[in-house]
Design a protein around this ligand. Structure first.
Ligand SMILES: NC(=O)c1ccc[n+]([C@@H]2O[C@H](COP(=O)([O-])OP(=O)(O)OC[C@H]3O[C@@H](n4cnc5c(N)ncnc54)[C@H](O)[C@@H]3O)[C@@H](O)[C@H]2O)c1
Length: 270
């Protein structure tokens, strides 16, 4: 049976990954700073695999290392490390406190670094394993009002794609997950100054419905099985990404116009 750790497993994409992995027969640690949420996801995951909940704050290198060490002590190996926990802020950059900047860097960047630092040497020793980092379309394309988030997710994409080229020589895979809006509670979190996350993300991507987290989890596990570098969902996001690569100036102009319009809408709400 494969072993896995999913950070941010207590909600949204992480919870869907836990369910999919357990269905797939893995022993999964559902790791989250919110132990109650992790426990309820672990209890609801249906076998043949198993899930156990563990309180892990990814901003603590010790917490993350202890989770990895515990899996290795119990099962002798760690096959899959999902560095998925993340937070967001949506609002004017000038309204963000330094505390908020540091918080998002700590969770979204340092959290992933801690996961890699703890799991990767173990996987090198095993000669196998796969690291899956959840970034975002915000890691591939840039739009304002989520500047702090985009900063952190670009870092996660860079870390993942660079590490992948090193890890291959050790038999270790790395995949980075870059979804557009996914239907999870994060869409309504981190709103600053009258911006509405759910509306913002859907309008920005020109879609009516966010991606279903269980569908995304299935796509991620298929990408891991095929050792793909990148997962971009849905199809519309893959098209936008390709257009952005062909014409970054055009996409930047469109984003600038969209941000101005969103600012007017938020100002009217205040
Ligand atoms: N939902 C989307 O639209 C979307 C799109 C692209 C990328 N993402 C990314 O997907 C990942 C998961 O987000 P989600 O949509 O499932 O959000 P979510 O808010 O539903 O879940 C995030 C989970 O992370 C946990 N968490 C937060 N800080 C933590 C910490 N310090 N240590 C451990 N756990 C912590 C939360 O308790 C929560 O259970 C994030 O990295 C997010 O940036 C989400």
């Amino acid at each position: 049976m494969r072993t896995a750790i999913v950070t941010g497993g207590g909600s949204g994409i992480g919870a869907a990954l836990v369910r999919a992995l357990v269905r797939d027969g893995a022993h999964v640690v559902c790791a989250d700073v919110d132990l109650d949420a992790a426990s309820s996801v672990a209890a609801g995951a249906l076998g043949p695999g198993t899930a156990t909940a563990r309180r892990v704050d990814v901003t603590s290198a010790d917490d993350v290392r202890a989770a990895v060490d515990a899996v290795v002590a119990e099962h002798g190996r760690l096959d899959l490390m999902f560095n998925n926990a993340g937070i967001t802020f949506l609002g004017n950059t000038e309204d963000l406190t330094l505390h908020q900047w540091n918080a998002i860097i700590d969770v979204n960047v340092r959290g992933v670094v801690h996961g890699v630092h703890a799991a990767y040497p173990q996987m090198i020793r095993q000669g196998s394993g796969h690291i899956v980092n959840t970034a975002s379309m915000g890691g591939l394309m840039a739009a304002g009002l989520m500047t702090s988030y985009v900063t952190t997710k670009h870092a996660v994409v860079g870390l993942s794609l660079a590490l992948r080229t090193e890890a291959a020589g050790h038999g270790v895979g790395v995949t980075v997950v870059c979804p557009a809006a996914v239907d999870t509670p994060i869409l309504d979190k981190g709103e600053i100054g009258g911006f509405k996350g759910r509306d913002f993300y859907l309008e920005g991507q020109g879609v009516k419905e966010p991606v279903d987290p269980d569908l995304l989890a299935a796509r991620v596990l298929a990408a891991v099985a095929a050792d793909k570098p990148l997962v971009i969902e849905p199809r519309q996001a893959r098209i936008a990404w390709r257009v952005g690569r062909l014409s970054p100036t055009f996409v930047n102009k469109m984003a600038t116009r969209f941000i101005a319009q969103q600012r007017r809408t938020a100002a009217a709400r205040r």
